[in-house]
Design a binder for this molecule. Structure first.
Ligand SMILES: Cc1cc2nc3c(=O)[nH]c(=O)nc-3n(C[C@H](O)[C@H](O)[C@H](O)COP(=O)(O)O)c2cc1C
Length: 200
């Protein structure tokens, strides 16, 4: 049995201690991310997933938008200090991938395949999950850590203006990535016999 893929899957973890010590050229990182998304399956091959990769000032700008936006949402200065600290750990990374669903694609396929119309929104989410997992794993294979955040829809309006996002692209997740400055803690797993059944 070949397990190389599973070994790489196990390397993918949520890395919260990110840094800027990435040696892989940005063009290679772009290629990794874009290939992983391109090769990920989508319903009817409708290719509903979109991504914007932010580096440098654009990456910083995103996390400043998140920090400023949350200031008015959290109840006290003390809570905000914790929130700000968390956001700074994302900003400490090398870049961020913004993931979107193209709502025009979803709407088109709802019309084109009316029998399955109600499935297309959740299929777009499932496709996005597959793409995120592939990107995350491809980065891990290259010793680049990442985690997955969801400050959408709070930041949608400001991010749309800041990064010139088309109106039909709906922000679904933010994935900061960078050098792995500290490994993830050990992970716990539920019991296999409560999770899987093999009928032979
Ligand atoms: C759909 C989905 C949503 C998630 N949302 C968040 C999130 O908003 N913030 C966060 O820190 N982690 C988020 N995570 C990461 C999970 O908490 C993490 O994958 C899980 O605890 C397992 O840890 P691991 O990634 O190290 O294997 C999300 C993961 C998935 C699959």
């Amino acid at each position: 049995m070949k397990t190389t893929y599973l070994d790489i899957l196990k390397q993918r973890r949520s890395i919260y201690n990110l840094g800027k010590n990435v040696t892989l050229p940005k063009s290679d990182i772009d290629q990794l991310i874009e290939s992983a998304i391109r090769e990920s399956p989508t319903a009817f091959n409708n290719q509903s997933t979109r991504a914007v990769i932010l580096y440098g000032e654009k990456h910083d700008q995103l996390w400043d938008i998140v920090a400023n936006r949350l200031k008015s949402e959290v109840p006290t200065e003390k809570v905000y200090a914790g929130t700000k600290h968390k956001i700074d750990t994302f900003k400490a990374g090398f870049g961020t991938i913004l993931y979107f669903t193209d709502q025009n694609v979803v709407a088109d396929f709802e019309k084109q395949a009316p029998l399955y119309a109600t499935n297309f929104p959740s299929w777009a989410e499932q496709a996005l999950g597959g793409a995120q997992q592939s990107v995350w794993t491809a980065l891990a294979e290259n010793e680049i850590g990442a985690n997955l955040q969801h400050y959408n829809p709070l930041i949608d309006g400001e991010a749309r203006i800041a990064f010139d996002i088309p109106a039909n692209w709906v922000l679904r997740a933010e994935m900061p990535f960078g050098s792995i400055e500290a490994p993830a803690a050990a992970k716990t797993y539920m019991k296999d016999d409560e999770r899987f059944r093999e009928l032979k």
